[in-house]
Design a protein around this ligand. Structure first.
Ligand code: BGP
Length: 462
């Protein structure tokens, strides 16, 4: 198998501020900080966001390492809770501005395109306590924060992202009690999802107004797409999969790429009396906010069947569909997630055919592995051939999709250096570079060297 990507294809990795910066400088408390302070037992080995890759201190050296691995692009996020010193007045912190500025400038002078995300699950607790994005006041604060980011860093950063995986906090904070504040309330979930979409749209519109004369400045969103495959061709299974797709993929995909909401989803929610409260200008803002590009995080598809039992109790999406375990699925035993690279091709064709072939890139894809120390060779380097195979298979399908007309311009792996993760902390390691938590030493894994060779070898994979 020989695959080749364009010379200008984006190669790189992604992380986020809260998962990599560490406990330095001043910071307001996010829901993650608050959660850890109050329930450390929820976190793997009781390790919270205070222990990370400490990028705040090490970014300069890390960027050198990135250069060595031939990255031409990289995504991270600004922490709202770091940048803004006073959440009431939206006053920024000069120390935080200086940190991000120096970090982004170092990337730029190293010829690494920097993609900056404004929100990666890190709602300030003070705002969550007044309803998060359910509350229009919080949306206004988010827009004010975004404008400060554009003003402060707009000369260094060309590529911006409003939200990473906006559906995840809806599921994790509002439906399934996975992340703080661990609410289980479908109506509030819908209101928070609506508020997130409106916040996204207002930020995109503000961005386009600010940079209208500069075609180099672009803004998009990162969505985790999980195509829903029905268990069978039976109408009930097919309908269940469609409903799951509407809720968990199409709401944000249609809302951000087309500026519309699917009428089927509106009907479903209306029938339950669960339509969100809509402010006078919301629909106009959403319709006007066309993104310039899309980031797709792809890990696994969803396998869906019709609900198997009569649903009782307060409404949950499970009234409409149930998960099912496809007997033929290949599972990553460490993370429990299905490995199905061909789905990346299917996503690409969907974007081509139904989303006006919007320019997009794979903004996250990766394999989380626990206890990776087992795979060291005599010299101590992690031999992660499983990760190389995982990447190869996904790139194979991506390359076929590009041949078939997909408008995909890059591939970012999750992640550069093993990083902290929500609740799972350092359980699942994803990095091209290993982090020694005791010493903070970094050591490139076999996969990092492999990817460097791909890029050096003219973007060619054997
Ligand atoms: C993605 C998130 C990342 C990261 C990754 C791995 O959905 O955008 O922030 O956490 O998942 O997740 P985990 O560490 O739970 O395996």
């Amino acid at each position: 198998m020989k695959i080749q990507f364009n010379p200008d294809f984006w190669w790189g990795t992604a992380t986020s501020g809260p998962q990599s910066e560490g406990n330095f400088g001043k910071k307001q408390m996010s829901i993650m900080d608050y959660w850890f302070e109050n329930k450390p037992e929820d976190f793997f080995n009781q390790v919270g966001p205070t222990i990370t890759t400490a990028v705040y201190k090490h970014y300069s050296k890390d960027i050198e390492l990135m250069k060595g691995l031939k990255h031409n692009s990289f995504r991270t996020s600004i922490q709202w809770t770091r940048l803004i010193a006073d959440l009431e007045t939206n006053k920024p912190d000069p120390e935080a501005i200086a940190f991000y500025r120096s970090y982004f400038e170092k990337l730029k002078t190293s010829h690494i395109k920097v993609v900056v995300n404004l929100f990666h699950f890190d709602m300030p607790i003070a705002f969550q306590n007044i309803g998060g994005f359910e509350n229009p006041k919080v949306i206004d604060h988010f827009v004010a924060y975004a404008k400060i980011c554009f003003q402060e860093f707009g000369d260094v950063v060309d590529y911006w992202i409003t939200f990473n995986e906006p559906i995840v906090p809806i599921e994790a904070c509002y439906l399934y009690k996975l992340y703080w504040p661990k609410i289980c309330d479908f109506k509030r979930a819908i209101q928070a999802a609506w508020g997130t979409l409106v916040a996204h749209a207002k930020v995109v519109n503000a961005f386009h107004l600010l940079f209208q004369s500069d075609p180099h400045k672009q803004i998009g969103v990162v969505l985790n797409l999980t195509p829903a495959y029905p268990k069978s061709d039976n109408q009930a299974d097919v309908q269940a999969a469609q409903r799951r797709d509407l809720m968990f993929n199409r709401f944000f995909l249609d809302g951000t790429v087309k500026g519309t909401i699917s009428p089927e989803l509106v009907d479903l929610l209306e029938a339950e009396g669960h339509l969100p409260k809509v402010q006078p200008n919301d629909l106009k803002q959403i319709a006007e906010a066309k993104i310039d590009f899309l980031g797709v995080n792809y890990y696994q598809p969803a396998r869906i069947q019709a609900p198997t039992e009569i649903f009782e109790g307060p409404l949950m999406p499970e009234k409409w569909f149930a998960n099912y375990e496809w007997p033929e699925r290949r599972i990553n035993p460490h993370r429990g997630w299905e490995i199905h690279p061909k789905t990346l091709y299917n996503i690409a064709m969907d974007l081509k055919e139904n989303y006006n072939n919007i320019p997009w890139f794979v903004s996250e894809n990766g394999m989380g592995v626990s206890d990776e120390g087992r795979f060291r060779n005599e010299s101590g380097q992690i031999q992660d051939d499983y990760r190389i195979d995982f990447i190869k298979e996904h790139l194979y399908w991506l390359h076929l999709a590009i041949k078939d007309g997909a408008n995909c311009f890059g591939y970012h792996l999750w992640t550069f250096i093993d990083c902290w993760s929500w609740a799972n902390a350092f359980k699942n390691r994803y990095g091209l570079v290993e982090l020694d938590l005791e010493t903070q030493n970094r050591r490139t894994k076999k996969s990092g060297e492999w990817l460097r060779n791909v890029i050096e070898n003219n973007n060619q994979i054997e």
